[in-house]
Design a protein around this ligand. Structure first.
Ligand SMILES: CC(C)(COP(=O)(O)OP(=O)(O)OC[C@H]1O[C@@H](n2cnc3c(N)ncnc32)[C@H](O)[C@@H]1OP(=O)(O)O)[C@@H](O)C(=O)NCCC(=O)NCCS
Length: 141
């Protein structure tokens, strides 16, 4: 199934009540307090969250920060029942269309590495804070 033809991508307001339950999929140990703290960190003027909507359901989000030439992906999450239907790819495509960049950076674990590889990112492995395997992913324009 492909959800692409019924999805709208638009900016998500930080006080959108639907945001916590979607972004929490991209946060480690997401207590309600931590989720709100993460959302609050997007108040920075160089940070943005775009969302994928199917009618009024927020099904996925992509949160990132941006300097003149580098976009850093901070959080990407798609509701489980909407995964593997192209939503994450659409969010990325839309970000690339509307924001200029020389390079996109992201950090992930093994579970989402295939997603970044499919989007054309290269990667290198490093050891995370807790001795876990992490991956720094990079895509040039
Ligand atoms: C990573 C994530 C955002 C991908 O979103 P998505 O909408 O499911 O991704 P897409 O449908 O656009 O997938 C595009 C391609 O990526 C790859 N891919 C995506 N999820 C995958 C998975 N779980 N296993 C293997 N490959 C995967 C596939 O090649 C897929 O293409 P295909 O379905 O034609 O084979 C989603 O799985 C998610 O929300 N995961 C939980 C949160 C998370 O781990 N976030 C990233 C770390 S912050």
């Amino acid at each position: 199934m492909n959800a692409g033809n019924k999805i709208t991508i638009k900016s998500v307001s930080l006080d959108d009540g639907r945001l916590p339950s979607v972004i929490h999929g991209a946060i480690g140990n997401p207590s309600p307090e931590k989720v709100l703290e993460v959302i609050g960190s997007y108040k920075n003027s160089d940070h943005s969250i775009i969302g994928a909507f199917i009618s009024d359901i927020l099904v996925g989000i992509l949160g990132f920060s941006k300097t003149i030439d580098i976009i850093t992906v901070r959080h990407i999450s798609v509701l489980k029942v909407f995964q593997r239907q192209g939503v994450g790819t659409l969010l990325f495509d839309e970000m690339k269309k509307h924001y200029q960049y020389d390079k996109i950076l992201a950090e992930t674990d093994i579970d989402s590495l295939s997603f970044y590889l499919k989007l054309g990112f290269s990667f290198h492995k490093f050891e995370g804070k807790h001795g876990n395997e992490r991956y720094r992913c990079e895509l040039n324009s």
